[in-house]
Design a protein around this ligand. Sequence first.
Ligand SMILES: Cc1ncc(C[n+]2csc(CCOP(=O)(O)OP(=O)(O)O)c2C)c(N)n1
Ligand SMILES: [Mg+2]
Length: 383
Amino acid sequence: MSTSNIVRSPAGSSTPSPANPFTSTADLPRAPDGFIQFIAPDGQLRTDTDVDRDALGRLTRDLYRGMRLARRLDDEAFALQRQGELGLWLQCRGQEAAQVGSIAAVRADDYVFPSYREHAAALWRGIRPADLLRQWRGVANSGWDPEPYSFHIYTLVLAAQLLHATGYALGVQRDGSDTVVVAYFGDGAASEGDASEAMNIAATNDAPVLFFCQDNHWAISTASSSQSRTPIHRRGAGFGLRSEWVDGNDVLAVYAVTSALTEHVRSGGGPALIEATTYRMGGHSTSDDPTRYRTDSELEAWRAKDPLARVEALLRAEGWSDTAFLDEIQAEADELADRTRRECLALQAPDLADAFATVLADVPQLLQEEHDAFVAYRDSFLD
Ligand SMILES: Cc1ncc(C[n+]2csc(CCOP(=O)(O)OP(=O)(O)O)c2C)c(N)n1
Ligand SMILES: [Mg+2]
């Protein structure tokens, strides 16, 4: 079969997993709302949990770096779209803690099925800016070869990736491997039948899947509160999944909960579900105008819970950051933005005739004739 549309650039380096200072969810602190939270929105560390403070400081710095780089990449991609260099972009602004906290907590070979907004997780896994952007520039069907990154291509059909993840996990189970399969999905995707089917099949087969829902409050213009009478994590019990609810704008809480549930899955405890409550600070996509359906005051309330500002306040309060550290990240972010722009502008449109080569493994006569007719038509413009 032709693989001309599959990108085979050498893998970038994945960010190494930081040391885990947490051991269980039993003693993790909860905010008054009920979800697990370490860092209050004002940046105060809530926990008096028995954690190694030095290790916590190192972890916080690593996670902050991942979040800052992701936001910078996201901002640059947004600007590229506005300048006509990308056809579409779906911002992950506001969801950096949910994504970085979770991806950092799993092993580099745990296999991830993302939806389409998981840029922060993809960047952490070492996927290059050009590979992240090529699909949105319209020059390839998908962005990267999943195998070297253990990170599947983006899925735009809502919740389909949850069934793919469950099927993959059944394979992992039969191979006797201890890989955990991580499946990201949104609050809107949770309403799809595929989501319920995947969770049920995973539960009844003890498939090693961690379902990770980012409830960012909106499915385009449909509020999550209008799609579900109960919080999504409470569905887990009905399927027989261990479930937790976490403040998705608190990177330490997400990391701690994901670590604990990943180990639960890895040790044969069956699949698990995490609901991370977060907020999509941008529009659904660059084609969306969120002022048509949500209020400025709602956005302002969530700006006050910005996941990056919260970690910055914590780093300051605990004395875990200094000017040299912040300058280093700034320089790295600048370099990433520069690379993102350069690599994007260098992406060339493919030869449209390639599209025929990726339809069927053995090209039948009719397809060949259509290919030849297209090439003749295309070449008729050459003069
Ligand atoms: C099966 C299917 N139905 C409808 C759509 C159109 N659609 C694209 S994104 C979206 C909203 C998804 O919301 P959510 O799952 O909360 O993810 P978010 O965009 O908030 O990250 C919809 C309805 C689709 N892509 N797939
Ligand atoms: Mg959503």
